[in-house]
Design a protein around this ligand. Structure first.
Ligand code: UDP
Ligand code: MG
Length: 311
């Protein structure tokens, strides 16, 4: 199967070590058996291990493999965007380097794009693969929080996507630093089809997303996508105002009728509740201010230390 359109595959790689070579060869073998021709853009997200050496040897061996290396770890989201910035084609696929986004589904995705005549085919996980209970729990909490706050339905969505030129050209115009790739893709719109796939188990190595990294990603995703949490501060304010009016009336009533209580615990409780609410709201505002600060500094999104074959 081969369409007349050119295809580019972008793969972010971070500390995948020696396994990456086998994973890449597996992807290549699968695509070749389906007669799919494509170019690859491998993005080394500042790996500390031999990943770059492996990528270099693949670039030397295959002329259709290009690569860039970041000067440090900038994160998967930025790595995907950088990869898309540095390769040109009619169709683009983004996928993980660990075979958890199985290449055998690529022909079906291409076919779906053609039959449904859409700009984008999104890979949706029909199972989450083998993840630790902790990972599953955090993913579930994160997606339900994201859905409540932003309205974004992202449960089981993945970065395994097929997109056409019009989508990518729009994504390239985004200059922001704090990005959540899936949120960005959702925001640009265009017609979409969903493709359900079973996540394969990671054969070698482990996930590079620790719980801490997942929490940071979750906060980033919400802040990058919406300013709705700021409205939460107003909701808190209104609730406390109603609370204050009711308590105020009661206090005045007690005062004028000479039955003012000696309720010290009430005072302490009120102080604690309002204090924590004020801090909570200030925290939310602070988060957005720090994002504004990040953006106005206008630093480059990523720094490339090495490029191979890239044109
Ligand atoms: N990755 C990356 N930068 C990072 C962390 C991960 O480019 O800081 C890449 C990694 O090499 C892989 C993909 O993102 O290609 C998914 O990573 P991983 O398998 O660790 O995540 P999980 O599958 O657990 O979500
Ligand atoms: Mg993985």
């Amino acid at each position: 199967m081969q369409t007349t359109k050119s295809l580019a595959i972008v793969i972010p790689v971070f500390n995948e070590g020696p396994y990456f070579k086998n994973n890449f060869l597996e992807i290549l073998k699968t695509l070749r058996s389906d007669n799919i021709l494509c170019r690859f853009m491998l993005v080394d997200d500042g790996s500390h291990d031999e990943s770059w050496a492996v990528i270099e040897s693949l670039c030397n061996e295959y002329e259709f493999v290009d690569a860039i290396r970041f000067s440090r770890n900038f994160g998967k989201e930025i790595a995907i965007c950088a990869g898309l910035d540095h390769i040109d084609a009619d169709l683009y696929i983004t996928m993980d380097s660990d075979l958890q986004h199985p290449p055998r589904f690529i022909p079906e995705m291409l076919k779906l794009m053609e039959t449904e005549n859409v700009n984008m085919v999104e890979g949706i996980k029909s199972n989450r693969g083998k993840e630790t209970f902790k990972h599953k729990f955090f993913a579930k909490t994160f997606y339900s929080l994201l859905h409540k706050i932003t309205g974004l339905e992202m449960d089981n969505s993945s970065d395994f996507k097929l997109m056409d030129r019009s989508v990518i050209e729009n994504i390239r115009t985004f200059g922001e630093r704090n990005i959540f790739f899936r949120g960005l893709v959702d925001w640009v719109g265009f017609s979409k089809a969903s493709f359900y796939f079973d996540v394969d188990e990671r054969k070698d190595g482990g996930s590079s997303f620790s719980i801490f990294k997942l929490i940071v990603l979750a906060i980033n995703a919400i802040l990058a996508y919406t300013s709705k949490p700021l409205y939460l501060t107003i909701v808190c304010g209104v609730l406390f105002f109603i609370f204050a009016v009711v308590l105020g009336i009661q206090t005045l009533y007690n005062f004028f009728f000479g039955i003012a209580v000696s309720g010290f615990s009430t005072v302490i409780l009120l102080l604690l509740i309002t204090g924590s609410m004020v801090m909570f709201c200030l925290g939310i505002i602070g988060l957005y201010i720090s994002r504004i600060y990040d953006e106005v500094k206008n630093r480059p999104r990523y720094i490339i230390s090495k490029k191979i074959n890239e044109r």
